[in-house]
Ligand binder design. Structure first.
Ligand code: DAH
Length: 341
């Protein structure tokens, strides 16, 4: 049988060469476990003569404590080394350049709608919105469109059912407003519209408009002209002049299209890309609200008059910023959309 000194010397050598916590645990079991060598030594005490038992017992207990101390010390060393390894693996190089997160910007269409809305809000208009899926009644009939009006055609309009469609303009919001509000009415309505156009440089099946409606007692064409002239100057520059050209819309009478003086050539270049030498650029449609439309809202047309206007947001943004292809708005090429903020 090995002496306590022999067991300790052997255990010490083995513990020193153990290099993982699991190996140390194995040694603990080998020496101090139920069937361990040190445990066996302690158990063997029972067979000794009483006079031998005391000094042997002291030796055996000391051995047990020494081996425990050895194992504990080694576990401590290994745990510390493990921690060191983990820290080394998790090391962060604080001198590395940081990641750059580019801040986003508003889309040009949103910027332009906000700008248009802002001008009218400062004139006391409030914003109201209508649904993109509309009734045929609100989109056409209530707006005094003749039953055979060409824009009703399947080839121009996205129908959902026989009497619902994707609105072709924001004008149905006029109808909704007249049916739900009492004069004085002073609203603008920005939003998306849809037509079955094949995309090209100036057409898109989805586009945006801003609609305006003002109804009160004693509203005249002079109010319309003054309002839209002021809008054009705020939007395009104080030096801008406006021209009202007679036009036809079913929902206004009289109706006009509004042109602004060409801000590219000022009318001086016969070959101007923007005004084609005319000196004028069309920016919107407008007119005095047709009595038939006012009647849809149940208004007394002897008492109330009003004006309305509608403009294409893409068209205004393209004119203002010299953008020559409407499709650029929807491609989401960061090189394009990142230019505006
Ligand atoms: N809804 C017309 C269009 O999409 C634009 C328009 C013209 C709106 C005259 C109006 C208006 O409110 O009075 O072409």
């Amino acid at each position: 049988m090995k002496t306590p000194e022999e067991i300790f010397a052997e255990a010490k050598a083995l513990v020193e060469s153990a290099d993982t916590p699991a190996a140390v645990e194995e040694l603990r079991i080998r020496y101090l476990g139920k069937k361990g060598e040190v445990t066996a030594l302690l158990k063997s005490m029972g067979g000794l003569a009483p006079e031998e038992r005391k000094s042997f017992g002291m030796q055996a207990n000391k051995l047990k404590q020494d081996v425990e101390a050895l194992l504990e010390a080694k576990q401590g060393v290994l745990a510390e080394a493990g921690q060191g390894l983990r820290l080394a693996a998790e090391r962060i190089d604080v001198t590395e350049p940081g990641r750059i997160y580019e801040p986003g910007t508003k889309h040009m269409i949103t910027i332009t709608m906000d700008e248009i809305s802002g001008i009218f809000m400062r004139l006391g208009y409030s914003i109201t919105e209508g649904p993109e899926v509309e009734t045929v009644f609100n989109n056409f009939d209530a707006l005094n469109a003749a039953p055979d009006h060409p824009s009703r055609d399947m080839s121009d309009t996205f129908y959902i059912t026989e009497d619902t469609l994707l609105r072709t303009h924001t004008s149905p919001v006029q109808v909704r407003t007249l049916m739900s509000q009492e004069p004085p009415i002073k609203v603008i309505s920005p939003g998306r519209c849809f037509r079955t156009d094949t995309p090209d440089a100036t057409h898109s099946p989805m586009f945006h408009q801003v609609e305006g409606l003002l109804v009160d007692e004693g509203v005249t064409m002079a109010d319309l002209k003054g309002t839209l002239d002021l809008f054009a100057k705020r939007m395009f520059g104080e030096e801008m002049r406006t021209r009202f050209r007679p036009h036809f819309f079913p929902f206004t009478e009289p109706s006009a299209e509004v042109d602004v003086s060409c801000f590219v050539c000022g009318g001086s270049a016969p070959s101007c890309r923007v005004c084609r030498g005319s000196g004028w650029i069309e920016i919107l449609g407008c007119g005095m609200v047709h009595p038939n439309v006012l009647k849809v809202g149940g208004l007394d047309t002897d008492r109330y008059t009003g004006f309305a206007f509608g403009m294409g947001v893409e068209r205004i943004a393209m004119l203002k910023h010299g953008i020559d292809d409407i499709r650029l708005f929807y491609e989401n090429d960061i090189r394009f959309i990142g230019q505006f903020y």
